[in-house]
Design a protein around this ligand. Structure first.
Ligand code: HEC
Length: 107
């Protein structure tokens, strides 16, 4: 009985884990990122010296920053306004897009 309970708990964890991985869709995010291009660049490499590069950042970091702008925890005159109307789904898709871009570091 006890082991059955443990097993079903484990299965719930596993399926939640799967869901969080399948959450964001990079191609949907790319389409949604059209309004970000003017500052963050078409491939997430910023074209505006005041805006940071987003390409190759971990999705978990990008999600947190967008959620913080949306909630007001992180404040910026531009990003606070841009993040306000984003849904959780938008944030996941946008983060998946920028995280999917591979960057190369050279010296
Ligand atoms: C008008 C210019 C502009 C546009 C358009 C814009 N951003 Fe930004 N973004 C900024 C600036 C400036 C910052 C840095 C804010 C700060 O200093 O806190 C920033 C920061 C961010 C960050 C945090 C990055 C980090 O490393 O901390 C994310 C994530 C982000 N933007 C996502 C987006 C997304 C997604 C869109 C489109 C929906 C978008 N931005 C549109 C200017 C812009």
């Amino acid at each position: 009985m006890k082991s059955k309970l443990l097993l079903s708990g484990l299965l719930v964890c596993l399926s939640l884990h799967d869901l969080s991985h399948a959450a964001g869709d990079p191609q949907t995010g790319r389409a949604k990122a059209q309004s970000c291009v003017v500052c963050h660049g078409p491939m997430g490499i910023s074209v505006n010296p005041g805006a940071p590069h987003l390409a190759g950042q971990p999705a978990v970091y990008l999600i947190e920053q967008m959620q913080d702008f949306r909630s007001g925890k992180r404040q910026n005159p531009v990003m606070s306004v841009i993040a306000k109307p984003l849904s959780d789904r938008d944030i996941q898709d946008l983060a998946a897009w920028y995280a999917s871009i591979e960057i190369q570091i050279k010296q």
